[in-house]
Design a protein around this ligand. Structure first.
Ligand code: N01
Length: 670
């Protein structure tokens, strides 16, 4: 039987004309990487790489004859491999990989990134993030480790797949009638991902068939559904039940979870050893406290609760808010409505990406399916394109002379580049330009992708209002300056209650202290964003300070978290622990470091308001770390950072007698 590698090679060479046609249309950089990996030919890399100027596919100027040379060589290489059932080439040594990676993105990829990139792209092994038992699992009491996961979205999926792989029993509780979480709930027109899709998918479940570089919601939701089915997770999900409360029973070292059927009926209780929240940060809409909102007699809904039964064609529509949801929804509905009034409280920065509206070429689709390593190298490129590249430019330079506008020289250059794009789009409309250019540095709020927003503002049926809203009447929105907009529909694109994490569930830890008691209304903290003292056997995915705001895919973070949690569970099972709880000093030192680091970053800029911060201006939601740092921090579960107990025993730090871990030192990551 041939290997998966050989099967792919055989498919690639089956029809040379089809292969050549696909290569003629496919991206050159991943093609070049495949060629170098198959042949070890670094000379061709040196010849082509100087024409690659960045990680995005549109940042290359490789001359056509050189492209043809790469294609011809690749055809030859594949044909060579097809003969005699040749095994795959060995993984190139780190130094070669670094040369390849750097050449492929037109920048020096630092050596420290190589391990994470090899892992993310599965270049060395098929499933590098699987957590494997260190003892014979047949002899371990896996049945005692029941896990309850709250939420059947992306995070719940990632957790469930790994638990299943380890043989740990679990149940997912989901309030909705099907899977998908935020990708189920957000059904507004134009809803799409703005992270490149071949990276915004689980590394263990790459999707070769994305039709767009940035896919629309239905395609992403379909991917989630397919994954739930492919890994046979759906039968572990109880749909239509909402967790209202979970309380830790110290005597039993178990969580008692209360759930309520959404359709009505009696509350129910479930018991489990470990509770995992996978509810995300963006699942509870924020409804603005505008006087008169409840008196509006037309249709009024939030973007995450889109009412598709309301026809918008020919209607006078107001949209309040100009964040990521508005950026996608407003340009999508503008052509069909009679009038659209957009209410902007603060402008957002938006970047142009030529691939944002493009479909994936037939050549790329073919290569993804049939050419070994092509998908892995494309994933690497997109990881790099949307990754840590901007991180350094989001740090405050204390000597910078224009601190209101930007943070440092690189951030200022970014600002000018963004303004140039808007100016071009607005075609000389200086009044509009003044209204839409933010007064704070780029990346202060979430960087958006321009979804033809500025062109939309130029439409004759669109008005941008930048003054404050005074009140809402039964038929209109009245502004503080007295302007009244009579409207039929109001759409709230006003975001989510992100800092009120895990609300409205009540999670009661040791001694009955709830997360709300510890965190207050909106001040969540956790060790590595995952676990908090006083809450044994409880973990969060996408918890405090784990949102990504400089780049990257949140699914990368989910995978880091899931691996860490699985390692913690492995420790519990293998050591026979009934409970595991992070040490307060470890948690506090980490959070001190998070706060200190955030304070020096763009999100804490005094001119910025955003959902990244709570009402006291503390950054509660967003991670200050590079992707690489968080990967390092979560790569290995460290038992000494926890207290643990076997049944009937008191909690203690494992391996006492050994030197305590200096967490602050370990966390000096940058
Ligand atoms: O919400 P937001 P969102 N009066 O909080 C305004 C993800 N997402 O739903 O900036 C008037 O960003 C508020 O004004 P201001 C993504 O992570 C991803 O758009 O606070 N205006 C702001 O303009 C994103 O960041 C995608 O001054 C009021 C807007 O409402 C996150 O979800 C797509 C107001 C809220 O913007 C949230 O985005 C969509 C009031 N009382 C969402 N209250 C992808 O592409 C609020 N506003 C993957």
């Amino acid at each position: 039987m041939s290997s998966p590698f050989q099967e792919q090679v055989q498919r690639a060479v089956r029809d040379e004309a089809a292969l050549r046609a696909a290569l003629a249309e496919a991206d050159i950089a991943p093609m070049l990487m495949v060629l170098v990996q198959l042949t070890g030919d670094l000379a061709i890399l040196d010849e082509v790489a100087p024409h690659i100027h960045g990680a995005w596919s549109f940042l290359e100027s490789v001359p056509e004859p050189l492209k043809q040379k790469v294609r011809d060589r690749l055809v030859e290489a594949l044909q060579d491999y097809a003969v005699d059932d040749r095994p795959p080439p060995p993984l190139p040594p780190a130094a070669t990989l670094q040369r390849m990676m750097s050449g492929g993105v037109g920048q020096t990829v630092p050596e420290e990134y190589i391990p994470v990139l090899v892992e993310e792209t599965r270049l060395a092994e098929e499933d590098p993030r699987a957590v494997r038992w260190r003892r014979d699992p047949a002899r371990l009491p896996l049945g005692e480790m029941q896990v309850v996961i709250i939420g059947a979205g992306f995070a719940g999926l990632g957790m469930a797949v790994r638990l299943k792989q380890m043989g740990i029993p679990f149940t997912i509780l989901e309030k909705n009638p099907t899977v998908g979480g935020t990708w189920l709930e957000n059904q507004y027109p134009g809803c799409a991902v703005d992270t490149p899709n071949h990276f915004f998918s689980y590394s263990f479940a790459p999707n070769n068939a994305w039709t767009r570089h940035f896919s629309q919601r239905p395609e992403i939701h379909r991917y989630i559904e397919e994954c739930y089915d492919r890994y046979d997770i759906r039968r572990h999900v109880r749909f239509g039940v909402e967790v209202t409360r979970a309380a830790y029973d110290e005597a039993a070292s178990r969580w008692q979870v209360s759930l309520r059927p959404v359709a009505g009926g009696a509350e129910e209780a479930l018991s489990c050893r470990v509770l995992v929240s996978a509810v995300g940060q963006l699942n509870r809409p924020a409804i603005p406290a505008i006087p008169g909102l409840d008196d509006f007699e037309g249709s009024l809904f939030h973007t995450a609760r889109w009412d598709a039964s309301v026809p918008l064609a020919g209607k006078r529509v107001a949209m309040i808010g100009t964040g990521a949801s508005a950026m996608q929804a407003a340009p999508s509905i503008a052509p069909e409505v009679d009038r659209l009034v957009v209410f902007q409280r603060t402008p957002h920065w938006a970047v142009h990406n030529p691939n944002y509206h493009k479909t994936v070429s037939a050549g790329n689709l073919w290569c993804l399916e049939n050419i070994p390593y092509f998908g892995q190298w494309l994933r690497f490129q997109l990881f790099w394109a949307g990754s840590d590249g901007f991180h350094a430019s989001l740090q405050v330079d204390p000597g910078w002379t224009q601190p209101d506008l930007s943070l440092n020289e690189a951030n200022h250059r970014m600002r000018e580049m963004l303004i140039e794009h808007v100016r071009k789009e607005l075609d000389g409309d200086e009044d509009l330009l003044a209204k839409v250019i933010p007064g704070y540095p780029p990346y202060g709020k979430r960087m958006l992708r321009d979804n033809h927003w500025y062109r939309m503002l130029k439409r004759p049926n669109v008005t941008l209002e930048t003054g404050p809203i005074e009140r809402i009447t039964p038929g209109s929105i009245v502004m503080r300056d007295g302007t009244e907009h009579v409207v039929d529909v109001i759409i709230l694109a006003t975001g989510f209650q992100a800092s009120k994490m895990l609300t409205p569930m009540e999670i009661a830890g040791r001694g009955g202290r709830t997360l709300r008691d510890v965190w207050g209304d909106d001040d969540p903290r956790a060790y590595l964003g995952m676990t908090a003292p006083g809450f044994p056997n409880f973990f969060m995915i996408y918890g405090p300070n784990t949102n990504l705001a400089h780049g990257g895919s949140i699914l990368f973070h989910h995978e880091c978290q899931v691996r860490y949690i699985c390692q913690a569970l492995r420790e519990m099972v293998e050591q026979g622990y009934a409970s595991l709880e992070v040490r307060p000093e470890v948690h506090d030192a980490y959070n001190h470091l998070v706060d200190e680091t955030c304070r020096r970053m763009v999100w804490s800029h005094p001119g910025v308001t955003s959902w990244y911060k709570n009402k006291n201006n503390r950054v509660t939601v967003t991670s200050p770390w590079r992707l690489l740092d968080y990967w390092k921090l979560t790569q290995h579960f460290v038992p000494e950072e926890f207290r643990a107990a076997r049944p009937g025993e008191a909690m203690q730090v494992p391996g006492q007698g050994r030197a305590a871990v200096d967490s602050a030192e370990r966390l000096t990551v940058s």
